[in-house]
Design a protein around this ligand. Structure first.
Ligand SMILES: [Zn+2]
Length: 317
């Protein structure tokens, strides 16, 4: 991919986005597409070999806001959704290597033991094929012809070409579920999820890091940001609802971790002008999008670009 080739000029900041990092051989859910330990370690080795320097997000923000120097080829590692993989598998490696990572937990799993829909979908796909999942979603939608017309899951073409690493059916399934009205989506996803994972609370407590683990990571120099309370598609919400989602998560994290939360990550990469205004009003320094690219020169720190972890193998000298 051409955008990933190293560019001359001001320093470049390559920000990598990770989700699940686990023992792929042993996982019960191959469908969640985790990065294996070996691959994660290979990524770190490759980045170093290519001359990247790992910096903290605060260092990058100081560069953007005050012109503080950063290495010519800088790299920031980010980990979304507060999955316990990050504490168990990623944190020990980063600590050993002295690499500062950025972690974006969602707070509802921590305080209410409720699994956000995004992970419910991942784990349903870990239990059944996208074809079976799509069939169940379509069967539900058929009860209402207008819903079926609007959200039928098909594989004719990719509705959201941003989902580069999924086949047409999986990409459309995720995209249609993401944009569906919340009540309908919850009904469909919950009924399929609970058929496979009857004890949601226990599953949730196991899947996500808790405040103690986050604190330990903070004390070791990691950065903790925020990613809303329930992981909604923010741009589909009113400004008031967006603000509530953002503030609730921020205050829960600040209260339980005893720090000021300054970094945000847009769930599903979705945001609009309202979101940016809210973050600005509440004094956030940075926010991560899922817009693909390497950052270089002056940028809006509330619209930082990232690359997917699957892109790391494509990086060139
Ligand atoms: Zn997320």
């Amino acid at each position: 991919m051409d955008g990933l080739r190293y560019q001359k000029g001001p320093p470049t900041v390559t920000i990598v986005m990770y989700h699940y990092v686990r023992d792929v051989e042993k996982t019960e859910y191959p469908g969640i597409h985790a990065v294996s330990f070996k691959r994660f370690n290979d990524h770190l080795a490759l980045l170093k070999k290519l001359g990247y320097h790992f910096i903290s997000l605060d260092h990058y923000y100081d560069h953007i806001s005050k012109g503080v120097a950063i290495p010519q080829k800088s790299c920031v590692l980010t980990f979304d959704d507060g999955i316990r993989d990050h504490y168990t598998h990623v944190f020990p490696i980063l600590k050993k290597e002295g690499i500062p990572g950025v972690f974006y937990p969602v707070t509802q799993p921590l305080t209410e033991s409720i699994v956000p829909i995004v992970q419910k979908i991942h784990f349903i796909l870990g239990k059944m094929s996208a074809v079976e999942f799509a069939r169940e979603v379509n069967a539900f939608l058929k009860h209402d012809p207008s819903l079926f017309h609007e959200y039928e899951v098909h594989d004719h073409f990719k509705i959201n070409p941003q989902k580069r690493f999924d086949d047409n059916l999986t990409a459309n399934l995720k995209h249609n579920l993401a944009r569906m009205p919340l009540v309908i989506k919850k009904k469909i996803v919950d009924s399929i999820f609970h058929a496979h994972f009857p004890d949601e609370h226990a599953f949730c407590d196991e899947l996500y890091m808790d405040f103690e683990e986050l604190k330990e990571m903070l004390e070791a120099g990691m950065t903790i940001g925020s990613q809303t309370h329930t992981h909604p598609f923010l741009s589909s919400l009113s400004s008031d609802k967006q603000e509530r989602e953002i503030i609730q998560a921020t205050s829960l994290l600040e209260k339980n971790l005893g720090i000021k939360i300054k970094h945000f990550c847009y769930p599903y990469g979705g945001y609009n002008k309202d979101t940016i205004g809210i973050l600005r009003d509440h004094g956030y320094d940075t926010a991560m999008t899922i817009k693909l690219g390497v950052n270089q020169g002056p940028i809006d720190p509330l619209e930082i670009k990232r690359i997917n972890c699957n892109d790391v193998d494509q990086l060139q000298e």
